[in-house]
Every structure is written in C-alpha cells, then in structure tokens.
Design a protein around this ligand. Sequence first.
Ligand code: S3P
Length: 215
Amino acid sequence: MTLRLAEHNKDDRERQLAEIRQSLGGRSIVLIGLMGAGKTAVGRRLANWLNLTFTDADSEIEEAAGQTITEIFAEHGEAYFREGERKVIARLLEGGPQVLATGGGAYMNPETRAAIKARGVSIWLKADLRVLLKRVGRRDHRPLLAVGDPEAVMKKLMAERGPIYAEADIIVESRDVPHDVIVSAVADALAAKLGCDAVLTRGAQAAKPGRKKVQ
Ligand code: S3P
C-alpha cells in the first residue's frame, strides 16, 4: 500500500484501476511466463487491487483431475496434462473478468493462445534466469524441473518459449523486488494498453506538477 501511494496518489490509482476494470468488460487479464516468474503472487495481488476474482489455472487443473500436477505427470504423462490444461483454460476464459494465472507451458499451445487473444489481455512476466532459479529453488512441486539440472532445463525453456511469450499484449519485467512494485508496473502497462492512462496522467499532473510517470 505504501508503495502504491508513493508512485501515484491514492485517488489517481483508484481512478486508474476503475478505468481498467471498466475497459476490460468480460475479458480476463492472463498472466503468462516461465515457472518462477511470479504469475501467481503478482496475479493474486493484482486481482486484489482491481477487486477481481483471482484464478490459478494449475490449481483448477488439479481440482478437475483430483490429483496434483506431479501425480498427473507421473501417472498419465505430459501430453495428457497439456490436454487437460487446454480444456480447463478454455473453460476458465468463459468466466471473465478475472485475473488468470496460467502454468508456464499453457501459452505454448496455439489453441490456448488464440483463446487468450479472443477473451483476454495477456501479460508476459519476463524474468531473467537468476530470478527464475532463485524462485523455483524454494519449492519442488514442478515435474519439469525434477528431472535433470534445473538451470539447464530453464535455459532451454527460455530459449524455446521466449519468442512465443513475446506475442503477449503486454510485457513486464519481473525483477527481484517486492511484488507490489511489479503489480504497480502491471497496472500502469494495462492502463496504457487499454487506453485508460490519460485520466491518470492528467490527474497526476494536476495533483503534482512535474511528477514522472512510473515506468
Ligand atoms: C509448467 C509450469 C507449471 C505447471 C507444470 C508445467 C511448465 O506452472 O503448469 O509444472 O510447463 O512450465 P508454473 O509456471 O505456475 O510453475
């Protein structure tokens, strides 16, 4: 909260968030990016700021399957997981507006990408290797990282997925800073993309002449 107030005054921010909500209509804000990029943590906070529902696709897949992702991979294999992931995300996208965090591989599926384009605004949380490895090192529930050297796997995924993630509507650098700093950058980028930052900029300038807009 302190950070939000430091970057935009409270009224400006509230106005910006209300404009974003309105501009979204029934679309979902869809967070994409590699494991450890902060999709769930940032998404949860963003939903809270926007007063929208937060949905985590991985949790929904686990609930639909009655198994953890690790169990699904082990018992049925990755292809089966991917098919379930595609179906669950297609269903979830019918339920906007919301903030939807997707698993790292979801956006690689062309049908899922098309569905997100049709019914959402996509945001790639782009983090460097060091940040990703630091974050994923804290937990061990990711089957793709359980086999082989996590650094080598992550490098490979970065190379394979980066060009596809780059198709997202918005790209925000996810750095090793408090999550609210990233949420703030996401809100500003969303407002700019949705064409609703004019009010904020005007309001901010009127309130504090010469203040710089957050990058
Ligand atoms: C995966 C990422 C995971 C989960 C699954 C596969 C991937 O989600 O969907 O383990 O292919 O990158 P997170 O990105 O939320 O860790």
